[in-house]
Design a protein around this ligand. Structure first.
Ligand code: NIG
Ligand code: FE
Length: 432
């Protein structure tokens, strides 16, 4: 595999990709809401030029080649292929110790996700394993997972802490992500999710746990610049709307951008809270109310939908079609984690969204590119093939983006270019 484990931001590349059957630019510098999600701004027979890691020209191949000296660049001929921006997986929990295959089999036998969690399994089991794991072990497993994500065309990923629930382990998870960001081509956006579950020693003292997170741990995280976002699991029997609100307001004061796990299992009102406190993205939304969805649309908050989780938990999907029709900006993400959704597969997420949530193929592409970028507040830098943006581009082995869901659950990504450097090449793997 070409993918080097050296951060490519510092060794930015010069590259031309030409003759693409479709250059799917997803052009734009902010989240696309409602109907705007349908326009992919496709250039037939397109080319893109990347210099020093940034996109400097985009257009018809013939015209672009008149403007540049081709021999100054490494060239990839994309004849018969489609080219898209790299995918942004804007919601994952990919740094963790241990696995929960047993729990999966219990759920197959009819046990409930929350019941398993409440008797010390679920998130609590991963917390125990993550506390146990050394930094080196977490880096090793995290790096493998990033390699897999890269093969699916992911060039930026968001990753959350939340499997420590104590000072040392929460910070360890964030430090691991920072180190992985340095050594792996995929950019990692770090989120502090200290309020992910109630640890055994705080059972019945949820309010005190929120204060411990807000007063003792969050200031350290910001002082050391360990996370850009703060998230909370606002859920029945986890953190109430009031507790979540207290935490998010404190986080905002400390300079965090905000996210929320809202109305995933029970319609608690996390969606309305998202609008009230001004999050960048509200995630899950399986049980979001009509009023909450209208608020998200009004405030321009990204609604991040995670169909893999509904699929894996055998729950009804979030109302994707309705949410877009109400004028929201929807992002799609994997929610990759060891419990509710153990998959980093972008093609799986894509096909579930299109087959079961009423989301069109065009909207799903937008949801995984420019809107994914908006969900991590980077729509000005990544998520589309526009002049000035990072040279993060994927080449599919087929002439149209429509093959993504059509090839059910199988990745069509042939090459991944990060900051103008080729970092994954399926063809090269086959030649070995
Ligand atoms: O997004 N809901 C809370 N957190 C994760 C699941 C974490 C786990 O099961 O380990 C989620 O579904
Ligand atoms: Fe999650």
């Amino acid at each position: 595999m070409i993918s080097s484990l050296i951060k490519v931001e510092h060794m930015t590349g010069n590259m031309i990709i030409k003759n693409a059957s479709q250059l799917v630019t997803c052009s734009g510098f902010k989240a696309k809401q409602g109907k705007a999600m349908s326009n992919l701004h496709i250039i037939a027979d397109g080319a893109v030029v990347i210099e020093n890691g940034r996109i400097i020209d985009v257009g018809k191949t013939e015209e672009v080649l008149e403007r540049v000296t081709e021999s100054d660049y490494k060239t990839i001929d994309a004849t018969g292929k489609s080219v898209l921006p790299g995918f942004v997986d804007s919601h994952t929990h990919f740094v963790f110790g241990g696995y929960r295959a047993e729990e999966f089999s219990w759920r197959l036998g009819g046990e409930d996700y929350m019941e398993i969690m409440n008797r010390g399994g679920g998130i609590a089991a991963t917390v125990a394993a993550t506390r146990e794991a050394s930094k080196e072990e977490l880096i090793k497993s995290g790096r493998k997972r990033l390699e897999s994500m890269l093969s699916f065309g992911v060039t930026t990923v968001e990753g959350k802490s939340g499997y420590g629930l104590d000072e040392g382990t929460e910070i360890k998870q964030l430090e691991v992500m920072r180190e992985l960001d340095d050594i792996h081509p995929i950019d990692i956006v770090r989120t502090f999710l200290g309020a992910h579950a109630i640890p055994e020693d705080f059972k019945g003292r949820e309010g005190q746990f929120i204060d411990y997170m807000a007063d003792d741990i969050m200031p350290q995280v910001t002082n050391r610049n360990l996370a850009e976002f703060c998230d909370v699991f606002c859920e029945k029997e986890v953190f109430s709307v009031e507790q979540s609100k207290k935490l998010l307001i404190k986080a905002k004061e400390l300079g965090f951008k905000l996210k929320i796990h809202a109305d995933e299992i029970f319609p608690l009102g996390g969606t309305e809270l998202a609008a009230e406190v001004g999050v960048i993205s509200a995630d899950h939304l399986l049980h979001a109310s009509d009023n909450g969805i209208a608020e998200l649309a009004k405030c321009g908050i990204v609604a991040t939908l995670l169909p893999g989780t509904a699929f894996s938990l055998k729950e009804a999907y979030a109302r994707g079609r309705f949410i877009i029709d109400q004028g929201c900006a929807v992002a799609l993400a994997t929610d990759f984690n060891p419990g509710s959704c153990f998959t980093e597969s972008i093609p799986l997420i894509f096909v579930l969204a299109t087959l079961y949530m009423g989301i069109t193929i065009e909207e799903a592409v937008t949801a995984l590119t420019i809107n994914g970028a908006a969900a991590v507040d980077r729509a000005d830098r990544i998520g589309s093939i526009d002049v000035g943006k990072a040279g993060d581009v994927i080449i599919l082995e087929f002439p149209s983006y429509k093959y993504i869901p059509y090839h059910i659950g199988v990745s069509c990504v042939e090459k991944v270019i990060k900051n103008g450097n080729l970092v994954f090449d399926k063809e090269n793997q086959m030649n070995r």
